[in-house]
Design a protein around this ligand. Structure first.
Ligand code: GTP
Ligand code: MG
Length: 201
């Protein structure tokens, strides 16, 4: 699939105010600073579509982008940023939980994991939360340009082993770099295949 058109629609903190739910939607979530907004810009080939930052905690709201006038990409605020107040963490939890539990047109959630680090409990817990709520997901390893292929392969395998302790079947897995564009066509083809499935229903 090629992206011909990517338009920012709206940011908000309440799933009830999200755009109408008649189009398929794909959400991007993961720890703060893992590269969610950068991945959205890489996929859409628009460096300034989603706001990115070297500092964690940049994305604060639920951001909808309309793609090819046919489906939504959603950029979400990250979890696990240590330097936030308890109140801020609780309001994040409420906003995100409500979004995931109630958003009816959500087709798939891409959970981003930093390819350079060992499995983190917070990521495994978030995957379990999605699984327990019956939300379809894929795992996307980010920033692979920062290390060599064998290091990436080792970390991906360790993560898969950790997931296998909790999951009977592994989800689809993507290996990406927002700097080099690695993984772009695989993710877009995957979204296209899901969109086609929905349209044929
Ligand atoms: P929050 O919105 O704060 O939760 O962060 P985020 O997950 O949206 O991360 P963001 O896209 O803002 O990227 C965080 C930092 O990582 C930025 O400095 C990016 O330039 C950098 N980054 C993101 N993806 C990649 C990548 O694939 N390779 C490299 N080398 N850097 C990346
Ligand atoms: Mg962001």
């Amino acid at each position: 699939m090629e992206i011909k058109n990517a338009t920012f629609i709206v940011s908000n903190s309440d799933y009830r105010k999200c755009p109408d739910d008649s189009l398929p939607e794909y959400a991007f979530i993961g720890r703060s600073n893992v590269g969610k907004s950068s991945l959205i810009n890489m996929l859409t080939r628009n460096k300034s579509l989603a706001k990115t930052s070297v500092k964690p905690g940049k994305t604060q709201l639920i951001n909808h982008f309309l793609i090819n006038r046919e489906w939504y990409l959603v950029d979400l605020p990250g979890y696990g940023y240590a330097r936030v107040s308890k109140t801020a963490r609780e309001s994040w939890m409420k906003m995100i939980n409500e979004y995931f539990i109630n958003r009816k047109n959500l087709v798939n959630t891409f959970v981003l994991i930093d390819s350079r680090i060992p499995p983190k409990k917070i990521d495994l817990d978030f995957l379990s939360f999605l699984g327990q709520n019956g939300i379809a997901l894929s795992v996307v390893f980010t920033k692979v340009d920062k290390q060599n292929q064998s290091e990436t392969a080792r970390n991906v395998n360790t993560f898969k082993e950790a997931m296998q302790q909790q999951w009977e079947e592994l989800p689809p897995i993507f290996i990406t770099s927002s700097v080099t564009g690695t993984g772009r066509s695989k993710i877009l083809d995957y979204i296209e295949s899901l969109n086609t499935m929905i349209n044929n229903k």
